[in-house]
Design a protein around this ligand. Structure first.
Ligand code: MN
Ligand code: MN
Length: 462
């Protein structure tokens, strides 16, 4: 053999996904991305993701799961955990004793949560105080239109849904920044210090109520809230109100090859996992389970997060229906922890190591480990699990690449993977590359989104 033949035999060459994409895939890829954008516009909070997920699942024949209900292969069920986490399953042909094929993603995204006492007046303007949720770079969130989504639970047990700014003609909210003329001191500060958390106050209203009461703007704002939602100031104490960017999902690039939207970490994966399950054409061999978890961005702790016993309860109830023990099921299960990867950004090459970075348009990123520094906090998938992934993805025409979360010692992060692996479930991280992760507006490539969706189908069916 000559060098060229040896090269072909021995070395692996990375290729842009567009050099490998079957032309017949173009149309389904674009159709998938249109549906994905519509989902992103309908679901800007974890609660809205659950609601939209249930709506789409019911359209495909999924029914609410009731413990003890008789289930047969092919049956489709879902369980909503307090409206903030969604579990879906398609019962497989084999017993749960042989394990389930799972996809777990998260549907919470970085945002600004209102504090329990949010409303105040200063300088005859009404503001809402926030506590940021998740890892945000605060300066990115200033001076851009925001919407307010969420619920207010009243003391009498009733709940009212709040949505301000979601419609095109609805008013938006905003946080202000200093004019450059007067920002000399602020501009000298390091990025992390220039915007203290207590300055993340949302401009809410400006027109005062007639009369000479103190805080007339705040009072007028509260009156508007009372008239529209029937709530008083005390009701803020039992509310979950989230300020999110007012952007719609949109095509990015003159060639329309990318998607820009708020919350693609991790709804790009959540949607892929959901849609793949909804679109399964045949009854899977093993039971296919899709997990859409809340609270990943703040550590996966909490009653609606991946560590919740509600997930174990759902799985155990399904197992009991078949006379199988949960630990037996978990021991033979596989979970793809589907979360976005950090895409190599040519604008910031110093943050990445090229040989092990995920590139835009190279397909789904498969991440053996996340974590920081010396794999700290990572669920490091075994060589055998990686080999299994190579086998099922290569064997089913999935375009994929390896991904690592940036340079060694550059920082780090985690996903829900560890909490699945802790349950004795073989788990692997994977997801599409994302530019500007955690920014109010994040960028994915259409090809990568579509390949991740196809890969989730392969996981469910293998
Ligand atoms: Mn994520
Ligand atoms: Mn994240």
């Amino acid at each position: 053999m000559d060098a060229k033949e040896w090269k072909e035999k021995l070395l692996s060459e990375k290729k842009n996904g567009y050099d490998l994409l079957d032309p017949a895939e173009r149309e389904p890829m674009n159709a998938y991305c249109e549906a994905y954008k519509a989902y992103m516009n309908a679901a800007k909070t974890e609660r809205e993701c659950v609601r939209e997920g249930i709506r789409q699942a019911e359209e495909k024949g999924f029914r609410p799961y009731v413990p003890g209900m008789a289930l047969a292969p092919g049956d489709k069920v879902y369980h909503s955990n307090r409206g903030k986490m969604l579990l879906l399953a398609v019962i497989g042909q084999k017993s749960l004793a042989e394990g389930a094929q799972m996809v777990a993603a998260h549907i919470d995204s970085p945002r600004l949560d209102l504090k329990p006492n949010p409303l105040y007046e200063d300088g005859e303007l009404a503001y809402l105080k926030t506590r940021y949720y998740g890892g945000i770079r605060k300066y990115q969130w200033m001076v851009m239109p925001l919407e307010l989504h969420g619920v207010v639970a009243r003391k009498d047990g009733t709940t009212v849904e709040v949505s301000i700014g979601a419609g095109d003609d609805e008013p938006k909210l905003v946080m202000t920044d200093l004019l450059p003329h007067l920002a000399r001191e602020q501009s000298r500060k390091p990025l992390a210090e220039a915007f203290p958390g207590e300055q993340l106050n949302i401009l809410f209203c400006s027109e005062p109520m007639e009369g000479d009461e103190k805080d007339r703007v705040k009072l007028a704002a509260m009156k508007l809230l009372y008239e529209k939602y029937g709530i008083t100031e005390a009701d803020f104490l039992s509310a979950e109100l989230e300020a999110v960017p007012a952007f719609k999902a949109m095509d990015i690039g003159f060639d329309r090859s990318m998607i820009g939207a708020y919350g693609q970490d991790d709804r790009a994966c959540g949607y892929a996992g959901l849609k793949a399950l909804l679109d399964l054409e045949a009854v899977p061999e093993k039971t296919a389970v899709c997990v859409l978890a809340d609270k990943e961005e703040i550590g996966s702790t909490g009653v609606s997060a991946m560590k919740t016993a509600d997930f174990d309860k759902f799985m155990e109830d399904l197992c009991e229906g078949q006379g199988v023990s949960l630990r037996e099921c978990f021991a033979h299960s596989f979970c793809l922890s589907c979360d976005v990867a950090a895409a190599y950004d040519p604008n910031f090459p110093e943050a990445f190591e090229r040989n092990n970075s995920a590139f835009m348009n190279y397909g789904m990123g498969v991440c053996k480990y996340t974590g920081g520094g010396g794999k700290g906090g990572a669920s490091d998938a075994s060589a055998e699990v990686m080999a299994y992934a190579r086998r099922i993805f290569d064997g089913n025409g999935i375009l994929w690449q390896v991904s690592e979360l940036g340079k060694v010692d550059g920082g780090g992060g985690g996903t829900v993977a560890g909490y699945m692996a802790d349950r004795n479930i073989d788990t692997l991280d994977a997801g599409m590359p994302l530019l500007a992760m955690h920014a109010p507006f994040e960028i994915t490539a259409k090809l990568d989104c579509y390949m991740t969706y196809k890969a989730m189908k392969v996981v469910y069916m293998n």
